[in-house]
Ligand binder design. Sequence first.
Ligand SMILES: Nc1ncnc2c1ncn2[C@@H]1O[C@H](COP(=O)(O)OP(=O)(O)OP(=O)(O)O)[C@@H](O)[C@H]1O
Length: 248
Amino acid sequence: MSDAVLSTHGLRKSFGALLATDGVSLDLRPGEIHAVIGPNGAGKSTLIAQICGSLAPDAGQVRLDGIDVTAAKPAQRARRGLARTFQVSALAMEDTVLENVTLGATGRDGGGYGLLRRALGRGDRHDRALAAIDRVGLGGVADMPAAALSHGQRRLLEVAIALSLAPRAFVMDEPMAGLGGEGSAELTRLLDALRTEAPILLVEHDMDAVFALADRISVLVAGRVIASGRVDEVRADRQVRRAYLGDL
Ligand SMILES: Nc1ncnc2c1ncn2[C@@H]1O[C@H](COP(=O)(O)OP(=O)(O)OP(=O)(O)O)[C@@H](O)[C@H]1O
């Protein structure tokens, strides 16, 4: 656990009588993709919100590079290198691809990326933005407005924004949602390559993508991690098959 880039320790969160996060401890290690899967309502979004700082846990800790960030605002976590991509796209549609990446997503997560934007010089921002756009394969459409992009390209743009922050860790909430076969295949290839730049905590329903990408999987059911391990271990776990995977 000591070399974890990101970790949670006994996280707990209730909504009234409902225990949505019930003592969740997991970690994200350098170079890996760690997938968190589970049925609807298992508590995946609630967990991500606590990791990224938009929801305060009732108990437990979140650590980034070993530092306790449980009380830190989303903006502070972003500055420490926690890059989140969203389930619902929050791009500036009228701005170009380059502007979206250069400006970061000001206002997102309480302006965290905006703070980072001010910390970097203008030239740095531009160069870093262009490198990130090239990296995700959007170099040819850098001057097009986000509104003109396909859904799949917008997803790549979200990743480019996260990448331009030179993150320590990515947290991705259902990046494959709404993508067709070709779009998911392209994003799967990109995420596969990105893990060496920063490890990825991946919440995803698309099991093809999860099995193709994950080094480890944690299975969340009713707020608890019922199994965690290598893909083959988790796939073979009888409790997991009963609770979630069926005959996959
Ligand atoms: N703000 C809230 N107030 C009350 N209950 C909530 C709140 N947010 C989530 N819940 C409940 O907590 C549980 C976990 O929800 P959560 O959205 O985290 O699950 P999930 O695994 O992300 O589901 P999905 O796969 O459908 O996105 C659910 O029962 C949900 O209804």
